[in-house]
Design a protein around this ligand. Structure first.
Ligand code: FAD
Length: 335
């Protein structure tokens, strides 16, 4: 059991920046995330895509932004609990207690929910024994393109992720096969056209209309992906990796049971403070809603600053907060 000033639920870009904002106001933080890595959607959904609307960065790759935010938070020594969905939140004297399924229990004076679209995970294809391959030769996201250099890659799905990654990996992989149960792809027309062109040139093989039917391999190392068409005709694709892109399942999970006012899976907050309907609990980033809300990383950054200022009197009761620029006070631990 440990205690902290502010518990942050969600280590997406907005949760990470909340560590910094709290730190600047002398508030210690613990940060929980269901995922094994910080960065939320940036890490899980589009790690190598450039973002163009982060102030001060005309262009920054998503993962690089997460690295910068983690670096910016580091001087405040946040305690990270990764791979740890918060399942319980209860009130106790002086604040709240947060618990995870794994038995971690942290007491906090205030809580910031920066849980994005809720805990999210990949939609898994229902293939017997797939768990044994996950993380070894079956991947639901591409962290580094280079990991697939020279490999025989089967991509399954017909949406933007499947098509974009097929095009991208065709540049490094030994072979790229795309399995889709329809002849047409749902991706952006430009990308779908590019895919067709790569298929015509032989750079990509389209396995359509087929769907995944099974996996063969040993000790988590895939050797063949079995596919079947609607008439039951089967094919075995020799492969080293399978990337199923069937979208994400997202749900608020336990957060929906914490007694907060919700509006269609979002937490309603006061725009000026990000306070929720429960005193001491604040919500920021994609999960928070108020009139005029823009679901952008930059709005979440501003909300993190507003929430930190609103939380200050809960953590430092009776201490006046003198507004200061970072240029005036600097960052603790940095020269
Ligand atoms: C393809 C794509 C491109 C985008 N491009 C841009 C762009 O160019 N510019 C821009 O501003 N925005 C863009 N966005 C949106 C941007 O990514 C989101 O606005 C941003 O990620 C929101 O940050 P967040 O920290 O609020 O939430 P998230 O990034 O969703 O992070 C929330 C975290 O909370 C965790 N979590 C949820 N529930 C729990 C729980 N119970 N316990 C523990 N952890 C939990 C989740 O695992 C997740 O890691 C894009 C989004 C996508 C999908």
């Amino acid at each position: 059991m440990s205690e902290t000033d502010v518990a942050i639920v969600g280590a997406g870009p907005v949760g990470l920046f909340a560590v910094f904002e709290c730190g600047m106001l002398k508030m210690r933080t613990h940060v929980f995330d269901a995922l094994d890595l910080p960065g939320g959607q940036c890490t899980a959904l589009y790690p190598e895509k450039p973002i163009y609307d982060i102030p001060g960065y005309p262009r920054i790759e998503s993962l690089a932004l997460v690295e910068k935010l983690t670096e910016q938070a580091a001087p405040f020594d946040p305690v990270y609990h990764l791979g740890s969905p918060v399942t319980g939140l209860s009130r106790e004297s002086g604040g709240f207690r947060l618990t995870t399924a794994a038995g971690v229990s942290v007491a906090a004076k205030a809580v910031v929910i920066a849980a994005g679209v809720g805990a999210f995970g990949p939609n898994r294809p229902p293939l017997p024994g797939i768990e044994a391959y996950e993380g070894k030769s079956v991947f639901y996201l591409v962290k580094r393109r280079e990991d697939f250099r020279g490999k025989r890659v089967v991509i399954a799905g017909g949406g933007d992720s499947a098509v974009d990654w097929a095009i991208s990996l065709a540049e490094v992989a030994g072979q790229v096969m795309v399995v889709h149960r329809r002849a047409k792809f749902r991706a952006a027309p430009e990308s779908a056209a590019r895919l067709e062109a790569l298929a015509k040139s032989g750079a990509i093989e389209l396995v359509i209309p087929y769907q995944l039917a099974g996996l063969e391999g040993e000790a988590g190392a895939l050797s063949r992906v079995l596919v079947s068409d609607l008439d039951g005709k089967t094919r075995a694709l020799e492969a080293d990796c399978l990337l199923p892109f069937f979208g994400l399942s997202m749900n608020l999970g336990a957060i929906a049971e914490w007694g907060l006012n919700l509006d269609r899976n979002h937490i309603t907050v006061e725009a000026a403070t990000c306070a929720t309907s429960v005193p001491g609990i604040f919500a920021i980033g994609d999960i928070a809603t108020y009139p005029g809300k823009l679901k952008l990383i930059l709005s979440g950054f501003s909300e993190a600053a507003m929430a930190a200022h609103a939380i200050y009197p809960l953590v430092h009761p009776g201490e006046a907060l003198h507004f200061e620029y970072s240029t005036t006070k600097g960052v603790p631990g940095k020269g």
